[in-house]
Design a binder for this molecule. Structure first.
Ligand SMILES: Cc1cc2nc3c(=O)[nH]c(=O)nc-3n(C[C@H](O)[C@H](O)[C@H](O)COP(=O)(O)OP(=O)(O)OC[C@H]3O[C@@H](n4cnc5c(N)ncnc54)[C@H](O)[C@@H]3O)c2cc1C
Length: 411
């Protein structure tokens, strides 16, 4: 093939991607699967469906890709969890993150510098030790370490009040945006249609199965619909008469001026929920839990957050006392009552309306594996046990409360 043909192939490819991802043109009349929400969860499902050969898929996104929590998060990816299910899922997710750049052709700046959890009480140490025993049994090489060993990893730490720490070197961070672009582009190349600036405003059941979606771009009938609208999931579910127990919680975060690289791991303080990491561009990116503001879709930034974060961060790493914050923003946690996702068909009466909601503060790291498992199931494989465990029905039968006690939802 000549260079000229190569150039034409590239142009065709780029045109297809552009047409498919910027929302030009009319919606198709119908499709097999409509995914509502173009965040990391919806796009991961779309990509994995297409990879398994199911390309009659339309993604409908109200704004732009990365408009929701997926474009606003800290990019942390860890395997330090407290249930075997989550540990094993996250082992697979880390593997998918490791292969992402090669498989999807986008550099997502995935860097395995580890996660360092810092404990300030004996109770927190005991909790870490219990989790580490389980993580080690699953093959995650987390270690309980003395405070002095934590300072070997991060020499800038002030150890006053730190009584223990856990460290797993294979946890990491990534840059969220290219992750979305990678999924969107490859899904589009395989035939998935992605419409941005297209809001779903109504859902009518179809007698033979599925739904007609009414959107700002026209109507579309889908055999199956997946609700991947993150913190807005209850609003979409309401359109088919389902009450979801999830609710939006504002989570604030900020980024500093770029500094010479010095911080390899994500550092998390258990008691305060403080976390920070250094991006590949040198910025210190981090946040802290600010309790007590209740459920809101308000994504404004507050001085209270900045003051609390600065105080906690400088207590932990006094060397950061003089750095400048360049950007502060917020995004919505899609909070479920037990801190775990809600997956699978919404109810026996709604077998064609699937949920992919309730990912709280860990949906980005879980999206690669959940997207894959969802696609496996929807293309004919036996559903993974996560789907039964994560059903909406668990809140009616009480098993949701049990899960909440088991899981380790920090960070
Ligand atoms: C500040 C912050 C820090 C975080 N840090 C981490 C972290 O370090 N690691 C981690 O794993 N997770 C983290 N998270 C959580 C993570 O970002 C989310 O769990 C994840 O991005 C959820 O993805 P999603 O696709 O479900 O939702 P979203 O990314 O919110 O996507 C949902 C999309 O649905 C669209 N939508 C809504 N309604 C409609 C409609 N009617 N029609 C069409 N489209 C609609 C929205 O515009 C939105 O783009 C963090 C979150 C925040 C806010």
């Amino acid at each position: 093939m000549s260079d000229v043909d190569d150039d034409h192939d590239d142009d065709d490819h780029d045109d297809r991607v552009r047409q498919a991802t910027v929302g030009h043109g009319p919606l198709p009349d119908r499709c097999e699967i409509a995914i509502v929400g173009g965040g990391v969860v919806g796009l991961s499902i779309a990509y994995h469906l297409a990879k398994r050969g199911l390309t009659d898929v339309v993604v409908v996104e109200r704004g732009y890709l990365a408009e929701g929590a997926s474009g606003r998060n800290g990019g942390g990816v860890r395997q330090q969890w407290a249930t075997e299910m989550n540990i094993r899922l996250m082992q697979d997710s880390v593997e998918l993150c490791r292969r992402f750049a090669v498989e999807l052709g986008v550099n997502v700046w995935f860097r395995q510098g580890g996660y360092l959890f810092l404990a300030r009480s004996a109770k927190e140490v005991a909790r870490l030790e219990k989790n580490i025993a389980l993580q080690n049994r699953c093959g995650v090489p987390t270690k309980m370490i003395e405070p002095s060993a934590a300072r070997d990893i991060v020499p800038e730490l002030d150890l006053t009040g730190i009584v223990g720490a856990s460290f797993n070197a294979s946890d990491g961070i990534l840059f969220p945006w290219p992750f979305l672009w990678g999924y969107a582009r490859q899904a589009a190349v395989m035939g998935v249609k992605i419409f941005t600036n297209t809001a779903v405003t109504g859902l009518d059941p179809v007698a033979s199965g599925g739904y007609t979606l009414h959107t700002s771009r026209g109507a579309l009938t889908a055999r199956r619909v997946i609700n991947a609208t993150g913190a807005w999931s209850p609003q979409l579910a309401k359109l088919v008469g389902i009450d979801l127990p999830t609710y939006p919680i504002r989570h604030e975060i900020c980024s500093s001026e770029p500094l010479k690289p010095f911080l390899r791991p994500m550092v998390c303080e258990m008691a305060s929920g403080l976390y920070c990491s250094q991006s590949m561009r040198g910025e210190i990116v981090g946040g802290v839990t600010i309790p007590g503001h209740g459920s809101t879709y308000d994504m404004g930034s507050t001085l209270e957050f900045l003051a609390t974060y600065a105080r906690r961060l400088v207590r932990l790493m006094p060397v950061l006392g003089d750095i400048k914050v360049l950007r502060q923003w917020a995004g919505p946690y899609d909070q479920s009552p037990d801190g775990n996702p809600i997956l699978g068909p919404a109810s026996p009466a709604h077998p064609d309306f699937f949920l992919a909601s309730g990912f709280v503060g860990h949906g980005f790291m879980m999206a690669p594996i959940i997207g894959k498992l969802y696609a496996d199931w929807l293309t004919g494989e036996t559903p993974h046990e996560i789907f039964e465990r994560s059903s909406l029905g668990r809140f009616a039968d009480g098993s949701g409360a049990r899960h909440a006690k088991e899981d380790f939802n920090l960070g």
